[in-house]
Design a protein around this ligand. Sequence first.
Ligand code: PMP
Ligand code: GLN
Length: 381
Amino acid sequence: LPAKLPNTGTTIFTVMSALAAEHGAVNLGQGFPDFGADPALLQAVTEAMAAGHNQYPPMTGVPALRLGVAAKLNALYGAAYDADRDITITAGGTQGLITALHACVGAGDEVLIIEPAYDSYDPAIRLAGAVPVGVPMTMDYRLDWAAVRAAITPRTRALVLNTPHNPSGRVATADDLRELERLAEQHDLFVVSDEVYEHMVFDGAPHQSVARYPALRERSFLVSSFGKNFHVTGWKVGFVAAPPTLSAAFRRLHQYTVFTVHTPTQHALAAYLADPAPWQALSAFYQAKRDAFRAALDGTPLKLLPCEGTYFQTVDYRAVSTHGALPELDFARWLTTEIGVAAIPLSVFYQQPQQRGHVRFCFAKRDDTLAEAAQRLARLG
Ligand code: PMP
Ligand code: GLN
């Protein structure tokens, strides 16, 4: 076999979900809701099938869905993406990311990823023949522009941004985006902007999309996912928005790797997207869960780190008297098997694993699930 991704094991999400199932743990590891989607959305899929939407849609996606996406991006971020030319429907955010990266980088290019970095960036870049260069965030998980600047070389071709940020729950600021815009122009970089949590930003802060910044938009692939926004992670439908030249390069690859995405689901999402209420309500919905979960962990030795967006809460476990000194992966395993709550160690999101004593919990769960998890975590001494 050709040596593709040597030394790469099974993704942590698969590993921890299997461990949670094996030990009957409450699974706050892998990020997905344990509650149902809006019945109206589910109904719309079966209606689309009954109406005969069961053959290949256009390669770039069902037109009504692309129109809905373009209208939303326009309304939210003041960005004039053309539905026909600039929006492509993808098989989730993961495919959007890998195809965008393959469209803009190749052998010998360097791509900056901000660490901790979502686990698909590194292999996606390597598979394109390029070199992922990890740039650390600050110790409190803010973007460190001095470190980004220091990592840029003549071979740097692109940067992957992720805001709201998985796993830290941090959200980029307007100053961050302006700085990125300056750097990208100065060094002629492409930006792959992972905005799958765009509708989960708390405490009234705005989501800082690259689409808001015209010079940045011109060199960016904006990647999003309907799975997150509508509680249907298993549907694997998302989109990439990019200016004409970038979209053309994206589609050249998309047509031979994926071609099209499940037709009835796209029709259902198009109909559902026409009403802004569901995604407009999402931040408040998850903010309430965040607050309840944080309150429930109060009094445990787990120290809560800031959570400004996403559905992830990161904690520092070093004050756990019995096992606080364990490395992160060992602690996450122990927590799963002995305490009965699965978590994700942040160490897996680095090229050189860091050991800061941090694990991530997903709070996209029913209130009773979160209460059960909190009750188990209350046993920590
Ligand atoms: N980017 C980030 C930061 C994610 O957390 C995820 C998965 N939850 C994805 C991309 C992939 O999204 P999808 O499930 O739509 O492929
Ligand atoms: N993105 C989800 C998370 O961070 C998981 C996606 C996956 O399982 N690959 O938990």
